[in-house]
Design a protein. Sequence first.
Length: 268
Amino acid sequence: MRSLLRTGLLLLPLLAAGCDHIEYHPYDTDISGEQDINAKNIARIESACRGRQTVRFAMISDTQRWYDETEKAVEALNARDDIDFVLHGGDLSDFGLKKEFMWQRDILNRLRVPYVCLLGNHDCQGTGEAVFEKIFGPSDFAFTAADVRFVCLNTNAMEYDYSHPVPDFDFLEHEYGSFAPPARRTIFAMHVRPYDFQFNNNVAKVFEHYVVRFPQPLCCIFGHEHRWIEEDIFGDGMMYYGCPNIEKRTYILYTLTPDGYSYEKVDF
């Protein structure tokens, strides 16, 4: 309810200004076009990367309201022939509106490679989470590319007033208990990192305890803060990398090899 009210308040200036081209209803979750995108693309990713020694993926994040820049990012990524998939770090929408998600989906669907999307804190506004789940899928999910298990998490605790288990430790326990070949290493992806005010920092250290006990954890990647961040947050050697928002016209290119990983900030 809090998110719903906040969404309405944010939209009042638009309505007052007579922006009648924006159709908005807080309960509208009737989706047209493609749905369940993450599951479909995960199947493509896992099939294409099975048995591979090297995998390369790009991360973009926080495309909310920057539609032109998102289109340019798709063009830049499509111009490459060395990317296996794209990971979106969340905040596809600004107000959690159905049309925002559908506009972003239709742009991202132009990618030549499969992509998956995380849930951002802005995506939780109003009925945004319900729309996200219809178009993309569950807010906690995982997949395997080559020998790396990507554990993708909803970490937007503040949006739930701590009424839901965010992050969901049951999901983490299940992933830990079901970890199996070909996966032998782990990358964690989330929208909000520990010690950001959106994270449930009462369990920040518990969360890190889970992260470091997974098989060969490589790093944690996230969005949300609209800037590049490279930090060992807990001082335990686990690196956290933040992806800039798409307005910065930057994506992060990660290369996974049997010996580890490397990254590169790419401007477009």
